[in-house]
Design a protein around this ligand. Sequence first.
Ligand code: FAD
Length: 503
Amino acid sequence: MNNHQCNWPLGKVLGGSSVLNAMYYIRGNRRDYDSWAALGNAGWDYKSLLPYFKKSEDARAEELVDSPYHQEGGYLTIERFRYKSPIDDYIIHSGEELGYKVHDVNGENQTGFTYAYGTLRDGLRCSTAKAFLRPVSKRKNLHISLKSFVEKILVEEDGTSKIAYGVQFRKGRRRVIEAKREIILSAGAIQSPKLLMLSGIGPKDHLEEMNIPVVHHAPGVGQNLQDHVGMAGITYIVDPPHKMNRTERNRFTKNLSRIGNLESIQELIQNNSGPLYSHMISGGMAFIKTKYADKMIDYPDVQLFFSGASDYGLSIANAHEINSKITTSMYKNITKNVQAFGILPCILRPRSRGFIKLKSSNPKEAPTIVPNYFEDPHDLQVLVESMRFLRKMVRTRLMQNLNARLNPNTISKCSQFDILSDEYWACYARYFTSTINHPVSTCKMGPINDSHAVVDDRLRVHGVANLRVIDASIMPHIISGNTNAPTIMIAEKGADMIKQDWL
Ligand SMILES: Cc1cc2nc3c(=O)[nH]c(=O)nc-3n(C[C@H](O)[C@H](O)[C@H](O)COP(=O)(O)OP(=O)(O)OC[C@H]3O[C@@H](n4cnc5c(N)ncnc54)[C@H](O)[C@@H]3O)c2cc1C
């Protein structure tokens, strides 16, 4: 990667990363939440959480409306992407030949293939700001201070007790606001631990090293960082069906570099249709099991993102700032007349753990983020194994009708290995590593006897009164899917607990 650094974008905006995320609406696997509960977090099992997933939801896709797993009328609208590339149908239905169902992966069973569902309204992004804040913006008891940068949480000591009472932030000048009841920290998995540490709540040695007075020794703050990681850019070349005319063949896959052309913009404005209503990268996905997953239960270990875009490889390389020397030669054969699609496998339950640390006591300075991808060799093994599944997928009848074939151009750094070997794909994964942008668990929830637990099962910070954390950082461990819907679920449950405690 350029500068040997991964690119980790975050939404520094009202609505947070839901304003710039990929919009997939995925809840994870019921076993993830049963595991959270088994770790000592009462009320966090799947059965207890399903009502909170449903509470926010306004399911607008016809096929979801009557499902016991979905609901209409919530603040957050869920739709299918309005436009799909014709190739998406082939990719998604190829799974059926391998014994996988095309079904609702947020429903009874997760294992299977699906078209992409998104946090969308009338085909356009529905961020959490649009869904939850806009409709209540006129409430007299809601005040939002925009362009305000929080520097720390203020905590007073009363004997041996520590009590959070205010927030210091900058809006032009430095200001302090005091809380009548409690403070809710929702700055996300990177910034919440950073703010706790800046406030003196974190690992004692590290705070001392940063010259920050220790308010409360909390060794788990910033630890336990987990993220989904995948290998990006895998591309298959296809020949569109012969029966198609030239225009249909040209539209069989999409081309991201041309998606904003005049024709698509006209379709968008005049007919509310066209490729600008597609998911820019992936129109569908699958949850599959490699040989490392338990065959007997519905607990897939790999998520596949399918891209019906010919130039997905180059686009994703740019997005992740992969050094162009490594990737340019890979895609030089994918010219504008070539039709291709991509698959990005990612591991659902990585075992590697990273951490976040401060670089200094200056709130403006970004923290050090160390994801430690592939520190545990299991994570790489699962990804390599997922390639066997991809090979089976392209050998299905549907894919063979398109003469689907792996892009023969190899990644330059791994060209010493045979493209069909595990060594090649292990090397590939190390060079074309892709975060799925799901950092979690840096202020994990857990009982007091877990020394690394930062909040209890009512999301209250252990050891500091009147302070809760409610965001992706509290997940005890990562869940098997994208993290936005689970974070919204956490917020719904957190909101209920606040009401229970104060009303
Ligand atoms: C590029 C990208 C793609 C993704 N794609 C998907 C997807 O398709 N589906 C999915 O389910 N998930 C996706 N995710 C993940 C998902 O968006 C996050 O899990 C989710 O947004 C986490 O919510 P959060 O509230 O914990 O943190 P955030 O969304 O990061 O929100 C934190 C908020 O705190 C504010 N904040 C932070 N520090 C301060 C401070 N010091 N002062 C004031 N305000 C502060 C930020 O401005 C922001 O508004 C993606 C994420 C990214 C970045």
